[in-house]
Design a protein around this ligand. Sequence first.
Ligand SMILES: [Zn+2]
Length: 275
Amino acid sequence: MRILISADMEGISGVVHTTETNPDGYDYERSRAIMTAEVNAAVAGVLEAVPAAEVLVADAHGTFRNLLPEDLDRRARLVRGRPRPLGMLAGLDDDTDAVLFIGYHARSGQGPAVLAHTIGAAVLDVRLDGRSVGEIGLNAAMAGHHGAPVVLLSGDDVACAEVLALTPGTATVAVKQALGQAAAIALHPEEARDQLHRTAAKAIRRYEQVPLVTFPGPLQVEVDLYGPYTVDLAVLIPGVSRAEGARTVTFTAADMPEAYQIITLITQLAQLIPA
Ligand SMILES: [Zn+2]
């Protein structure tokens, strides 16, 4: 059995502010340690259920270099650094049986939700065939394309509700209740770890009962962008065109991997120029 754990940081227990998630923030080192411990709790749960499972952990926040390699459970292998194919899901392939999303956050425009955003500050919304999706939806759909269900998600209560709207079978661990973009009532990190360990073990045992999130191609993709410069750059990509209004670009993707690649490229372009 092959398991991929994708770990973001905004949805880790106690984390509520960008000074805790940015490498130059004063509390970042603490967040990395808590993030690593929460991933370890999930790894332990997975391996308790299926001791022979092969576990890959994809560091999926910001630089993709947050987890402390020496503190990660030595039974897991770490996917680290960027840019890389499949971004937050690097390591995913057709042999992957299930994925777990640890420390995930709600999509842009949701609120109150802790550090809600979609990929970067440049993106206001992404729609697949008219349906608004954030990182949870995009990554669940990519996993679904490869035949892997999202068996567990942890984050704030809004992130948990977001995955359940896509796939009611996913097990969730709400490590905090959002009070705002930068405020929450949080579980103690040790309590969060205990719940993650228990829930991951349970979730892996019933992975075959969790439905896949699928968006079959061809897909109509719309991306609402904050900055008009980003729109000007995005429409230079073949196949991407301006939609109604100054802020939206649109394209047709043959399938989910193509959609994912072009969305990634557009959001990377947004970082090249002033908003
Ligand atoms: Zn993140």
